[in-house]
Design a protein around this ligand. Sequence first.
Ligand SMILES: NC(=O)C1=CN([C@@H]2O[C@H](COP(=O)(O)OP(=O)(O)OC[C@H]3O[C@@H](n4cnc5c(N)ncnc54)[C@H](OP(=O)(O)O)[C@@H]3O)[C@@H](O)[C@H]2O)C=CC1
Ligand SMILES: CC(=O)[C@H](N)C(=O)O
Length: 253
Amino acid sequence: MTKTVFITGASSGIGQACAEVLAKEGYNLLLCARRLNRLEALKDALLAAYPTIQIHIFELDVRDAEQVANQIEGLPPAWKKINVLINNAGLSQGLDPIQNGDIGDWDRMIDTNIKGLLYVSKSVIPLMDTENGAHIVNLGSIAGKEVYPNGNVYCATKHAVDALTKAMRIDLLTQGIKVTSIDPGMVETEFSEVRFHGDRERAKNVYNGVQALTGKDIAETILFVITRPAHVNINDLLIMPTAQATGTIVNRK
Ligand SMILES: NC(=O)C1=CN([C@@H]2O[C@H](COP(=O)(O)OP(=O)(O)OC[C@H]3O[C@@H](n4cnc5c(N)ncnc54)[C@H](OP(=O)(O)O)[C@@H]3O)[C@@H](O)[C@H]2O)C=CC1
Ligand SMILES: CC(=O)[C@H](N)C(=O)O
C-alpha cells in the first residue's frame, strides 16, 4: 500500500530534501509552502523522475490558522488519509541580544515555529491513517536543547517544539500515532539567509570552515525514523555535523 507523507515547508532546504528522498522511496507527497512556484518546479522534477507516485501541492502560510484549516479541510478526498506528517516549516529571524531584538522577528518565529506547527497538527491529526502506520515528525533543533548567544527567541521556539513533541507523544499514544523530534545542528540550507534577512554574505560565513549537514542527511534520517517497525518509536534524535560539538557556532556572527 502506498503511503502518503505531508511535508510543510517543502519549497527549499530540509523539506525539499524530504520530498526528494521520500519520492524515491515511492511515497505519495502532499507538499505545501508559501512559494508555490518552487513547489510546482519540484513536483514536475519529481514526477519526471518517479512517474508512479502522486504529488499534490498547495500554497499555505502555516501562521494563518484559518487558511490552514480551510486548505486541509479542502484537500481532495484521496489526500485525506495521511501516514506521515513532517512539521518542517520554520525559520529563524535575526541574531541579536534580547534587548536589541526586533518584535516583528520574534512574532514571525513564534507564529511559524510554534503556532504554525500546532495549527497544521490540529488539522492533520484527524486525517492520519492509524490503520496503516501514522507518524508525526517535528523539526526541532539543537537550539531546542541548548541556548546560544543571541539565539534567545529562536531557541525558545525550538524548546517549545521539544516540549510539544513530548506532549504529543503522550497524548497521541492511545490514538496509535508515533511522534518524533528530529533535532539537527547546522544544516546548510536557506536557513541563514532567511535569518539574516537576505544577507547572503553573512549567511555564507556561518558555514565557513565547517562541513555542515545537508538537507539530504536529515531527510535520510527521517526515512530511517518513519520506517521502524510498529513496536519502535524514536522519540528524539539529535543529529550534528561532526565539526559542531555543541549548539554554539563560532561563525555565528
Ligand atoms: N538549517 C539549519 O541549520 C536547521 C534548521 N532547523 C529547522 O529545520 C526546518 C527547515 O529549515 P531549513 O530547511 O533549514 O530552512 P529553509 O529556509 O531552507 O526552509 C524553510 C522552509 O519553511 C517554509 N516556511 C517558512 N515559513 C513558512 C510559513 N509561514 N508557512 C509555510 N512554510 C513556511 C519555507 O517555504 P516558503 O518560504 O516558500 O513558505 C521553506 O520551504 C525549520 O523548522 C528549521 O528551524 C533545525 C535545526 C537546524
Ligand atoms: C541548530 C542550528 O545550528 C540552527 N541552524 C541554529 O542556528 O540554531
